[in-house]
Design a protein around this ligand. Sequence first.
Ligand SMILES: [Cu+2]
Length: 292
Amino acid sequence: MRPPAEAIGTLALIVGAIAVAIFIGVEGALVYAVWRYRTSRVSTPARFDRNTRLELAWTAAPALTLAVVFVLMLGTLRDIGAATDAQLRIRATGHQWWWEFDYSGIVTANEMHIPIDTAIDIELASVDVNHSFWVPELGGKTDMIPGQINHLRLLTRRPGVYLGQCAEFCGVEHAWMRIRVVAETKEDFDRWLATQGSPATASGDGARVFQSNTCVNCHAIRGTSARGEAGPDLTHVGGRATIAAGVLPSDAASIRAWLVDPQRYKPGAFMPRVPLSDADLDALASYLGSLR
Ligand SMILES: [Cu+2]
């Protein structure tokens, strides 16, 4: 399978080259005519309206050019469509304003890991409004529509971090709906997935604060009694690079600041302020930061 980004890039180059060739041809003819006939005193232009050959030529040439582009585009669409040969399936669900990634039951948020050299089929879903999944370096953008599953094919040969963004206006925090894709070797990916699949520790003050407050209504931490589904799964939140879909780094100090006043960092987000004592805040922030 060909990386979709490569297919799209090649198509853009070919279509761009055709457009440049047409531009040079048309502008060249114009400049030539202006220069060649610059001293001409003829005020009535020559008439061509009975010239069938000329009419046919300038109808056929653009039609043929577009037909060539059309055929090339069909090939590209085949290269970037649903991956029927997928070796890995990931369900990506858009939420206002974060992403859920489900690896056959192992759920994480906002940071998607993928193995390199692997044909991946992303099932795109939404629980609320239209979103659009877009990681420019990996491929085209595809809408996430409530009540419908769309597919996006992903493949990359290069390990690294690829940044993406929701590309369909979805409400006030649309701009803070960042996607972070970590492409890594198969071994690193398998290790990551095994970690994600393991439960979190449920002991300690932080775990107690989490489970005895309203946190559990919206968030899940596998291994504890928290099973909420409205907000991001936090089982390994400390192992991600950011929280709140890119707003803050995922260290204990930032998590604490976020808990104190989420609206300060992401106005409009559905995360409410939970009134907690300073001691509880410290315990909760260091607990969440430790969930790696
Ligand atoms: Cu959006």
